[in-house]
Design a protein around this ligand. Structure first.
Ligand SMILES: O=C(O)CCC(=O)C(=O)O
Length: 239
């Protein structure tokens, strides 16, 4: 394993705030190469079996590209991500999901563990990212409050009758904590807790790109993973 552990301060930041940013974990060249590759795929200059966009709109995003693309797989289980994930989770991680964004998502507030129980995220900036091109906004320390689950929408549930994102907005208000935007440069990685409330911010410059690979992981020892997707350990093992 790459032994570069999080410092005590970084661990404390993750535990208290629900996220930690490691700067320049990947090089500019690696980021540029990946962005170039993704632009080529999008333009059809390169062919890759299985390559599709998740949404119908022009820039959409890819979903679980690692399942058919060895390059995306390398980015999911890159050794430099292993120790930070270990330090945040307290155990080794398995990769379960990748999403490549060419542009900002403007996705409403949510908690990733609603979709992927026990997950943690490694959000990898492949270029400069700010409020201009639709960075993510996080509500620090919101991971210390509750996770909204599907049970909350059942008849006796706390958020019965509400739309999921409206429910998260309510929880966000109740938390009464400030929200901050993430500023990132190529190669920076934001590790964040799956209960942390976050969103894709508005894109102020509609022409701008915002190349990001968002990876999701679950604890290696987690049993009862029922989404039916394969999980990949950092040793490259599929299980
Ligand atoms: O990058 C974004 O805009 C959204 C990412 C996100 O919500 C996630 O990775 O869970």
């Amino acid at each position: 394993m790459n032994k570069k552990k999080l410092t005590l301060g970084q661990k404390e930041h993750y535990n208290q705030k629900g996220y930690v940013i490691l700067r320049e974990l990947f090089s500019q060249t690696e980021c540029d190469d990946f962005v170039g590759y993704m632009m080529d795929l999008h333009a059809g200059r390169r062919k890759l079996d299985g390559f599709t966009l998740r949404q119908a709109d022009e820039w959409g995003r890819t979903h679980n590209q690692h399942a058919y693309d060895p390059i995306a797989m390398e980015w999911l289980i890159d050794v430099r991500l292993r120790q930070p994930l270990y330090d945040c989770l307290g155990e080794d991680a398995d990769g379960i999901q990748t999403m490549y964004f060419w542009k900002g998502s403007e996705q409403r507030r949510h908690q990733d563990q609603f979709y992927l129980p026990r997950c943690i995220s490694a959000w990898i900036a492949l270029q400069d990212i700010s409020i201009e091109n639709g960075t993510i906004y996080v509500q620090p320390s919101s991971h210390k409050n509750r996770l909204i689950t599907r049970h909350d929408f059942e008849e006796a549930g706390d958020f019965h009758g509400l739309d999921y994102n409206d429910a998260v907005d309510l929880l966000f208000e109740e938390n009464n904590l400030p929200e901050i935007e993430v500023e990132a440069s190529p190669g920076d990685v934001v590790f964040f807790h799956g209960v942390l409330i976050h969103r894709g911010g508005p894109i102020l410059n509609r022409e701008s790109f915002r190349h990001v690979l968002a990876n999701h992981y679950i604890p290696h020892g987690l049993t009862g993973w029922d989404l039916g997707w394969p999980r990949y350990s950092f040793d490259g093992e599929k299980h």
